[in-house]
Write a protein that binds this ligand. Sequence first.
Ligand SMILES: Nc1nc2c(ncn2[C@@H]2O[C@H](COP(=O)(O)OP(=O)(O)OP(=O)(O)O)[C@@H](O)[C@H]2O)c(=O)[nH]1
Ligand SMILES: [Mg+2]
Length: 416
Amino acid sequence: MLPGTTPELVREQMAELADLTRTAGAEVVGSDIQRRSGVDPAHFIGMGKLNELRELKLEGAFDLVICNDDLSPRQQRNLELELKIRVLDRTEVILEIFAQHARTHEGRLQVEAARLHHLLPRLIGAYAYDRQVGGRRGGVGARGGFGEQQIEVERRRIRKRMRDLEREIEQVRSQRHQQRTGRRRAELETAAIVGYTNAGKSTLLNTLTGARVHAEQRLFATLDPTTRRVDLPTGRGLLLTDTVGFIQKLPTDLVAAFRATLEEVTEADVILQVLDLSSPAAAEQAETVEKVLADLGAADKPRVVALNKVDLLGPAARRRAVAALSARYPGAVAISATNKGGFADLLEAVDQASRGDVVNLEILVPYGREGVLAELRRIGGVEKTEYVEGGTRAWGWVARHAARRFESYRTITERA
Ligand SMILES: Nc1nc2c(ncn2[C@@H]2O[C@H](COP(=O)(O)OP(=O)(O)OP(=O)(O)O)[C@@H](O)[C@H]2O)c(=O)[nH]1
Ligand SMILES: [Mg+2]
């Protein structure tokens, strides 16, 4: 624990690290926190702590050490040499989980790129490329036996693989871009569901749209984006995308590698932010999400905040939690993604936030051309209709970029 953090924050981070560790498939047998004024450049922890760990290790208490902060390649290697076991940091545990959960070609490419990027500066003798990339588990591979020359060969091989991956990921990006352009042509506004991992994003997509994205009580259940259409109360359709969750200290390697996926967030018209209100760390998680959104350049997009999992809280706890977050997010809507509580208010808020740059229309639709009105309902809104001689007069609105579709029916152009 370093100056600038509080014991509560460190405890929460350690609890989360334990969750990450279990999700990655390891068992947590103990944890320890050391208070220091600065990290030890050679070993990260102090010599006294290192000796303690060495003794515990001799007693056979553990066979893996995971550090909550990022270790430099040198610290990691020194610790491994001193303790003679695998030493990982938080980033590597997250990379491991991503590697296990990547299902699609796109997801796998991105994870591999992130892992290689992370591995390259750590390729110092103790690592074998095949174990790292070919084997299911990351971290420490075969020990010793690697001369400088061999390492250089490995380095070159990894750099080449990284260039190939970069090219493939670029292709994935342009495919995604085309898909988005295709969706744009459908003239529907888009919203991206974002939030801390395990906040309930996939559950929300599923209950709102009938999608069947895998949702689970584990971290980073979702890596690949899924887009489905949701019908707003007015009948307007909106495209909703669920994607990878955020976490504090999200490895920068991952953010860079997942650029193709995260563009779903940057390109969305609206951000639908899901917060797990039942988590004691809800406020910190919200801060993390703010940081990532700012990094992605998406912090200023129109946003709807959903305070999820209210069903897990009693009335008093619920009031307290809602009050605590409403100061930060005044228009936030309390919901339960599992039992659809609060969905009417949520959809209303999403409807308002996703109207974007709209123009009001007054159109006259001849009888027999009712499809035009249905179209206006689907991509915009109809506020009032009146049957007159010659057809139906309708007042409504539509996104500016789609207004020309109704040009030939307009009776008054540009009202506001
Ligand atoms: N009680 C309750 N549980 C919920 C609610 N929403 C989601 N959950 C549970 O929370 C867990 C995580 O839900 P997911 O939908 O997978 O969360 P996510 O945000 O998609 O998580 P990642 O994809 O892992 O980032 C699951 O076990 C859900 O059943 C809710 O409103 N109430
Ligand atoms: Mg999910």
